[in-house]
Every structure is written in structure tokens, then in C-alpha cells.
Ligand binder design. Sequence first.
Ligand SMILES: [Zn+2]
Length: 258
Amino acid sequence: MHTNDDVTIIRCRADNYAYLMHDADSGETVLVDAPEAGPILEVLARRNWTLTHLLLTHHHDDHIEGTNALRDANPGLQVIGAAADAHRLPPLDRQVAPGDVIETAVGDFAVFDAPGHTVGHIAFHLPARAALFSGDSLMVHGCGRLFEGTAQQMFDTIARFMRLPGDTRICSGHDYAAANLAFAATCAPDAAALDARRAELPLLADKGHPTVGVTLAEDIRLNPYMRAHLPEVKAAVDMDGAPDLAVFAEIRRRKDAF
Ligand SMILES: [Zn+2]
């Protein structure tokens, strides 16, 4: 567990992250994704918080498995997920669609369409705490694997996120920063940003600190999927002058084989 100002980042399973937020006045407590119940229940008990809202990004087991145990331990918990994926998510108390807003005492979460990794994947933007909960779509220094969706869908998903304020923190579903950075180094990243992050990541690991929470403005210097439009990135993958989407798709293919 690590508290990054106003978002508590809980490490789960091998390399998952869940995100917990609390409003002291109302007592409302919001969790994004439930990879497993144990570590989340532990934090809730230690702080004497009751979980009131669980927001699910997508249907994969390592994002929903803790749902039933959290519901049992927190009567009144509202489980919220995509209407489009309701058939393969745990039972939902509220179904949402892209463009909806989930109002909580922690702040209003804007629901974003975020297909690519899966179809039906959604993301949550919380302007009040400058956070984007992107699940397995946009990751720190990378993006999720294309299991169900297309490169075009992931390209559009990331383009939507890039229009958010630059100080928005990327709160993604996994700790893949080191592997993503190793691959990003092959795609003409900003040299100074690469050096700085290479120096920082082992220190974070030593202290058990999370690797997420990098801002969009910081990651645009490193993340190849946010940089497919740049001439130096096209040159790095031998695609000078190619369309941005084709370069994006090639970068995703190369990462799969990396
Ligand atoms: Zn997933």
C-alpha cells in the first residue's frame, strides 16, 4: 500500500494495482478495480473505512475477482461497470456508458470509452484528483495488449486521453513500467526523460513504491503509443512518412514480440 496524496495505491496479486479514495466528511470510499479482496480489506480495516463504490474497468479476472468478497464485507456497496460488458462482469448495481458521470463525494468520475485491450473496456477520469484510471488501456510507458480490440480502437482510446489536462496522473491496472520502458527505449524516446526514468525506477522498486502516477505530460516524452505521430519515432521503426495509425500498429506488434 502506498498513499500518493489523495489516491491510495494498493498492490495486488503479482503486478496489479487497485486505487482507493476516501472523503472524510461523507465517509464515502471509492475503489477502482478489485484484483483480489485481501489487501484491499486490510487497508479498509486499518483505516476503518467502509467501501461504498467499486468501479470496474473491464472483465478480466485480475480486475474483478475480489468483487464478491468486497460486497460481502461492505453491505450497501455499489458495484459499477460498463453496460456493454454487464454480461461478463460481476452483478452490477449500476451500468454506465461512455459519456456518463459517476457522482461521488470523492469527486465526479467521467466515464471514457477505452476499447482495444478488450471491447467494452471503460476508463474513469477524476478531475478533482487529477487522475485517469485507465485499467489495461493506456499504461505507464505503454498500453495493454490487443486481446479483443483493434489497433485503431486503442489508437483512438489513447488519442482521447491525450486531450485531458497534462497534469493528469496515469493510474493503470498493472506495474509494467520497467518492461514498457525497456521497449520504449527502442522507439526514439526523449533522451533526457529516458535517462531520468531509468535512474528512478530501481529506486522506486527498492522502496516498494508504485511506478504508476506518472502524468500525461511526462509520459508523452516516453510512451511510444503517444508518440507514433513523431518523425523520429517513425524513423526508429523504419516507417518514415507512414500514417500515424500504421506506425502505432507496428509498434504494438513489435512489443508483442519484444
Ligand atoms: Zn486485462
